[in-house]
Write a new protein. Structure first.
Length: 654
């Protein structure tokens, strides 16, 4: 089958599908409107019966009053009144006789017993349950079609008559679905005929239009053949990427050649496109290499045409001329470099004078070297343009300085790694001798009496030496690689341990700790000591953030493949200018803080493949809004880590 024929058939099939969908919607809406009209007319009829029922009671009941005041006597009198009132019977019978869809009309009491009906067999019987016609009217089109064309049933249209605010009588009018189907048949039949004719017409029109629309392909095919045959391989002067070649490639036929114009056009375009892609790939690779080179340069590079318009501008140019709201490509030299600035005046002067290089000092004190290079086509073909290079002389010096700082930091790191061994031993010796001094001091005091103030000085020395020992130990621990002992841990147990450890200190600082955790275990593969240390750091930080006391929440939950642990305080929050620095080593805002706790916590989370987030709201003066800080820890669940491990092992099997 020819491709053109396939396209015509595809367009025709799509048109047919659209017409069918619209036709079904049209038929459904038509059916809905007919049912709504029937509902309105039936409401009028049932209201008329209700009015005649009320009239029958008002006229006949005084003549045949109840024998006593019981409900049974009342309903018996009402039944006699309704059955003896001929106008009511006439109205009910005429409705059944002349309404095409009405099967019966009846009046029942509040309990559902039939008092009067056009169906003699229903008198005195309990009315059969029926689906409300309102449900059919308000239902979907699908339900309406199912009820109309499915199993026949009787639908109920009702109108109640109340007495003293309570149901007394109910008028029922039965609508048979098969009668409705016969009543709607002429309308639906006409609609179906219209839909069929519209579908046939649209299909024919779609096929004709598609055939006419594809007719120009023959002309396109002929022109492409001419283009392919007349194309010759040419190379630009001075070398470069060759132009499209077609003389040898398109002048003949190819395997599987056909008379199908669409196939011929497709094949010709593919061949031409292949040649264009080859040339484009060469230019793209060249452009990518050039862009990569420019991105790595700190120098500003601009390429101008002979008409002094920029065709290439590196990102570093903004460092010299400032940010522009619009791209600089396409602008003239004078639009980029203003003669009113020192750099602009120097560039314009060097550009016009043809100087190879020059230096200029900018308004901010930076010294910039300007290089002007003329680009020629070669072979006397004239100039291609001019390249302007802007070099910040201070940049090289700055890079050398940064490198020197990095070397020094590395040396400091190596020195810090040895602190635990080189400093801790003397501290231990000092502690031992301090204990000896304390013993001798106590012996001397027992023999010669107390020395005034000596014991206090010894206690101060002991406290300060222990504090120095803790600082050195912490510094050494942070510099030394941590050994992670991974085991399956229930985070609930670690949370409870931390709460118990900090309970006394929390109570002293008037901080109430509340824990929200699930009832089932939250298992992770982690080093319990390290995670406990991280959680302890966060809880103590939260306590210290509330000097006036408050509530500290520790929330634990599962979130997909992660265990999420939140520590929420009601403190004053973290100022925006401090937030970027809180995980920096040795950064602290506390008078006695070491600046290591949060950095260590962040490091512990990274070693476990987890993550840490911070949200904060700073307390505003004279406002009662929410404030405080939330630290969120995310650790992979043990089950997720095992699945990932199994995936890695399976992926390694060949």
């Amino acid at each position: 089958m020819r491709l053109k024929t396939k396209l015509v058939l595809a367009a025709t099939a799509m048109t047919f599908a659209i017409v069918m969908v619209l036709s079904l919607l049209f038929l459904g809406e038509l059916l809905r409107q007919r049912i709504a009209q029937t509902s309105s007319s039936d409401d009028v009829l049932v209201r008329e019966v209700l009015m005649m029922t009320r009239q029958a009671i008002e006229v006949e009941l005084p003549e045949h009053p109840p024998v006593d005041r019981t409900d049974a006597a009342l309903y018996a009198a009402v039944t006699d009144a309704l059955r003896s009132h001929q106008p009511l019977s006439d109205v009910m019978n005429s409705i059944v006789r002349y309404s095409p869809a009405v099967q019966d009309v009846s009046v029942t009491d509040a309990h559902g017993y039939t008092l009067i009906s056009t169906d003699a067999d229903a008198l005195g019987q309990m009315a059969a349950p029926r689906m409300s016609f309102v449900r059919l009217r308000d239902g979907s089109v699908t339900n309406q079609m199912r009820e109309m064309f499915g199993r026949a049933r009787v639908l109920d249209v009702t109108a109640p008559l109340d007495r003293n605010g309570r149901p007394f009588l109910v008028v029922h009018m039965g609508i048979r679905s098969s009668f409705l189907k016969n009543y709607y048949a002429p309308f639906l039949r006409a609609a179906v005929v219209f839909v069929v004719l519209a579908g046939i017409g649209s299909i024919a029109a779609a096929g004709l239009l598609a055939s006419v629309a594809l007719r120009p392909i023959e002309e396109i095919s002929r022109r492409l053949d001419v283009l392919a045959v007349t194309t010759r391989e040419e190379k630009p002067a001075g070398g470069g990427v060759p132009r499209i070649s077609g003389a040898k490639r398109f002048s003949g036929t190819w395997p599987g050649a056909t008379d199908d114009a669409v196939v011929r056009v497709t094949h010709t375009i593919d061949q031409l496109g292949q040649q264009m892609r080859t040339a484009e790939e060469g230019y793209t690779a060249l452009q990518a290499n050039l862009n990569q080179m420019l991105d790595t340069l700190r120098d500003g590079v601009l390429l101008f045409t002979p008409e002094r318009r920029a065709v290439m501008v590196s990102d570093a140019v903004a460092h010299f001329v400032g940010e522009y709201p619009e791209p600089l490509v396409g602008r003239r030299l004078e639009e980029i470099f203003s003669a009113e600035t020192a750099l602009g005046a120097a560039v314009l002067t060097a550009f016009d004078a043809g100087a190879a290089s020059s230096r200029v000092t900018l308004e901010d004190g930076r010294e910039v070297e300007i290089a002007i290079d003329r680009l020629d086509r070669g072979h006397g073909a004239g100039g291609m343009g001019t390249m302007v290079t802007l070099h910040d002389i201070e940049t090289a010096a700055w890079l050398e300085q940064e490198l020197e700082v990095s070397r020094r930091l590395a040396a400091i790191g190596r020195l810090t790694a040895g602190v635990g061994h080189e400093v801790k031993n003397p501290i231990n010796a000092m502690v031992v001798h301090l204990e000896l001094l304390r013993g001798k001091l106590e012996e001397h005091q027992s023999q010669n009496g107390p020395l005034k103030g000596a014991q206090r000085h010894v206690d101060i020395l002991e406290g300060e030496m222990h504090r120095l020992d803790r600082v050195v130990q912490t510094l050494a621990d942070f510099s030394r690689p941590l050994e992670v002992n991974l085991r399956e841990q229930d985070l609930r147990g670690l949370v409870n341990v931390v709460v118990e450890l900090t309970g006394g200190e929390m109570e002293e600082n008037r901080v109430v700790v509340r824990v929200a955790e699930p009832s089932e275990p939250v298992m992770v593969r982690a080093d319990g000591e390290l995670i406990r240390q991280a959680l302890l750091n966060l809880t103590l930080n939260g306590m210290q953030a509330m000097p006036e006391g408050g509530t500290l929440w520790i929330r634990l939950r599962r979130e997909r493949q992660f265990a999420v642990l939140e520590v929420v305080d009601e403190g004053g929050g973290i100022p925006p200018e401090v937030m970027p620095k809180i995980f920096d080593l040795y950064f602290t805002t506390k008078e006695k803080g070491s600046g290591i706790g949060l950095a260590m916590t962040y490091r512990i989370l990274q070693m476990h493949g987890g993550a840490m987030e911070v949200r904060t709201a700073v307390a505003q003066p004279d406002t009662a809004g929410e404030h405080g800080t939330t630290f969120t820890l995310r650790l992979p669940l043990a089950s997720a880590m095992m699945e990932e491990r199994r995936g890695e092992l399976a992926g390694g099997i060949v």
